[in-house]
Ligand binder design. Structure first.
Ligand code: SAM
Length: 329
């Protein structure tokens, strides 16, 4: 799968549910309306759709959400998809999770060949954690991280940088993550979906965060070898890696190798644009994969060159109407 700008698509991110057991303030409104269950692809349909993408050249698959581990029976999907790791068709099967269910599932995930996980965690302060997530319990997430590490899974922590909320705590997050052998990636808040508050109140440019960190740590740029949007530095004092994902201050689209599908079977070829193509109808229209395969090709043919998120006082509205929980970040 090659898009109109010559980019090879080898990475598929799949939102397996739009539901979540947290209500992070920058991600969702507290009273979110979720999709009717009848609109969702079944786990068997998700498996089939992922397998079509793998047959077309996807080498890395990430399950996300919503919270992927709250979808009922999600482990049966993960176990089934792990056959593509065994066959060598897939290089990596991974998840992005809030960690709340990890204590329960870590062993089984490791058994299915999951070697790395991204865990989203914005603070180590239990009260602040509750404020940010509205419903979350920090203790459960930390227990989940312990369980995953004990099962031999490599963890990367993702933290959204939030003005006036966790900016002071970033050094503590670096020391804690690196002390436990985990990379940490900082993410700028992106203007996705109506959440009831303006983004200008939350947005903290990572260029400022980096400048502040440089007063305390020695940061040296690492060559970008992940193909992803993060730019990495080595922190001399901890020996660990620190990533910066800066959709607002740095455009990372030139090397984009990814597309996303939602739990209803819609493909979005860009996180930051409204483009969307339905794959559910062609998937359901025929037991043969030819129709859906053609629809995927058509969608890849419309992949935009890049996104243009803007947050300033004149644009304090969502750039994209979908919430992050729909496309999974
Ligand atoms: N529930 C899982 C989790 O917490 O990782 C997976 C889905 S969550 C939508 C994926 C990531 O998107 C999380 O790291 C979350 O912090 C981030 N996120 C959500 N809304 C965001 C926004 N508006 N800007 C930047 N990151 C956001």
């Amino acid at each position: 799968m090659i898009d109109p700008f010559g980019r090879r698509i080898s990475y598929l991110r799949v939102s397996v549910t739009d539901r979540c057991d947290f209500r992070c303030v920058y991600c969702m409104a507290e009273d979110m309306t979720f999709l009717p269950k009848a609109d969702l692809l079944t786990l068997e349909e998700l498996d089939r759709l992922c397998s079509v993408f793998i047959a077309k050249g996807v080498r890395k698959l990430r399950l996300t959400g919503g919270e992927p581990l709250v979808r009922r029976n999600v482990m049966s999907l993960i176990r089934s998809l792990s056959r593509h790791l065994k066959s060598g068709a897939l290089d990596e099967l991974t998840l992005t999770t809030n960690g709340s269910q990890l204590a329960r599932f870590a062993g089984e995930l490791a058994d299915c060949g999951v070697r790395r996980l991204n865990v989203s965690l914005d603070t180590l302060d239990a009260a602040k954690f509750r404020e940010i997530t509205r419903w979350g319990d920090l203790g459960k997430v930390l227990a989940g991280i312990d369980a995953a590490q004990a099962a031999g899974i490599h963890i990367k922590i993702n933290a959204v940088a939030l003005k006036g909320v966790n900016d002071e705590e970033i050094p503590a997050l670096i020391d804690w993550s690196h002390g436990r052998g985990m990379d940490l990636t900082l993410i700028e808040v992106m203007p996705m979906g109506e959440i009831g508050v303006g983004r200008i109140d939350q947005y903290l440019p990572l260029s400022m965060v980096r400048a502040n960190l440089e007063r305390r740590y020695t940061l040296s740029d690492l060559p970008d070898n992940t193909g992803g949007p993060a730019r990495y530095v080595r922190v001399a004092e901890t020996g660990g890696r620190l990533g910066f994902i800066t959709p607002m201050t740095h455009n990372f689209c030139e090397a984009c190798n990814r597309v996303r599908i939602t739990c209803t079977g819609t493909i979005h070829t860009c996180l930051g644009q409204e483009d969307a193509t339905d794959l559910r109808a062609p998937l359901r229209a025929s037991a043969d994969d030819a129709l859906v395969s053609e629809a995927i090709d058509r969608a890849i043919g419309t992949k935009p060159k890049g996104h243009d998120f803007i947050i300033d006082r004149r644009h304090n509205r969502p750039s994209v109407s979908r919430h992050m929980s729909v496309t999974g970040g």
